[in-house]
Design a protein around this ligand. Structure first.
Ligand code: OOG
Ligand code: MG
Length: 264
C-alpha cells in the first residue's frame, strides 16, 4: 500500500531523531517492507526539509553506489543520490570528532562545482560545460541503520544515502584541465595505503556520475541547481573511522585531502 504524506513525515522524523541522538535504528523496510524507491526519496526530501528548517542550507548533492567496489560492499545494484548541506562540510586538514557519530566510514571521491543549472539529462560534454571546477574529496558516511549493512535501496535513499559529512581538497582545477577518468586515487590511513583505484572506477568516468545524477533528478521532475557541489561517488570501499586515525587521500593532479580523527 502506498504511504500517505503523514507516514512519510513520521519516517523522516524517526530518522532525524536517530541522527540527532547518534542512535542506530532498524531499517525502515523492517516495518514498511513495501517502501518504494519513490517513497524513499520523499522520506529523504522530508528529512532534508527538517534540516533546512533548523537553518542548514543545501549546497550540493552526492551520488552513491557509482562504483562496482561500493555496490559489492553494500550488496546493492544501482546508483542513488543524497543532499549535502553546509553543516555537513568539514574543513580540509581539520580534526574530526567521532563523538556524536554512529559508525562513521570514509571514502575517496572526486567533486565537481556546478556553475550553471542543468535541466534534463546532459551529455558528458554538456555536464563538463556546466562545471566551473573539479577537486579531490572524501565523504564520511554514517548510516543510521543497525550495523551499517544489509539495507535495501529504499532504506539507503531514505537515509539520505548514508551521507553525513564531506571534505573538499584545496586544489580546484579547470574542468577541461585533465582527463578525469584516468587519475590514480590512493587513500592512506596513518601513512599506509588502505584503498586505491583509478578514477574510472567511478561510473567509468566521474563526469558520468553528474549525468546519472541528472537522470535521477529529472526522473523526479527536478533540476541540478547552479552553485551545487556534486560528489561523484566513492572509487573504492569505505574505511571505518577510529580514534586517532589520520586519513589522507592523494589524487593525481588534484593533490591531497587530509583529516584526523580526534581521540574520542
Ligand atoms: C551508500 C552510499 C554510497 C558512495 O559513494 O558510493 C556512497 C552506503 O555505502 O552506505 O556514498
Ligand atoms: Mg560516497
Amino acid at each position: 500500500m502506498p504511504l500517505i504524506a503523514d507516514q512519510i513525515q513520521v519516517l523522516a522524523a524517526h530518522l532525524d531523531h536517530a541522527m540527532l541522538g547518534a542512535r542506530e535504528t532498524d531499517r525502515l523496510t523492517s516495518t514498511h517492507p513495501d517502501l518504494s524507491l519513490e517513497e524513499a526519496y520523499r522520506v529523504q526530501d522530508e528529512g532534508i526539509r527538517l534540516r533546512l528548517s533548523r537553518g542548514e542550507k543545501q549546497i550540493g548533492l552526492k551520488m552513491g553506489l557509482t562504483s562496482e567496489a561500493k555496490r559489492q560492499q553494500m550488496n546493492l545494484k544501482s546508483p542513488v543520490y543524497g543532499v549535502l548541506t553546509d553543516r555537513m562540510r568539514v574543513e580540509e586538514g581539520s580534526v574530526f570528532a567521532l563523538k556524536g557519530k554512529i559508525h562513521p566510514k570514509i571514502e575517496p571521491e572526486i567533486a565537481f562545482f556546478i556553475a550553471r543549472e542543468i535541466r534534463g539529462v546532459p551529455s558528458l560534454d554538456e555536464a563538463l560545460d556546466a562545471c566551473s571546477g573539479v577537486c579531490a574529496a572524501m565523504e564520511i558516511l554514517d548510516s543510521r541503520y543497525v550495523g551499517f549493512k544489509y539495507f535495501s535501496l529504499p532504506d539507503v535513499v531514505a537515509d539520505n544515502s548514508s551521507s553525513a559529512y564531506f571534505v573538499l581538497g584545496r586544489t580546484i582545477l579547470d574542468p577541461r584541465a585533465a582527463d578525469w577518468s584516468s587519475l590514480e586515487m590512493v587513500m592512506k590511513v596513518n601513512g599506509e595505503k588502505a584503498q586505491s583505484a583509478l578514477s574510472n572506477s567511478i561510473s567509468g568516468n566521474p563526469v558520468r556520475s553528474i549525468v546519472q545524477l541528472c537522470e535521477l533528478l529529472s526522473g523526479r521532475g527536478l533540476t541540478l541547481p547552479a552553485g551545487s557541489i556534486v560528489l561523484a561517488g566513492a572509487a573504492t570501499q569505505a574505511v571505518q573511522l577510529a580514534p586517532g586515525m589520520e586519513i589522507a587521500l592523494e589524487v593525481q593532479k588534484l593533490g591531497s585531502v587530509t583529516l584526523r580523527c580526534s581521540n574520542e
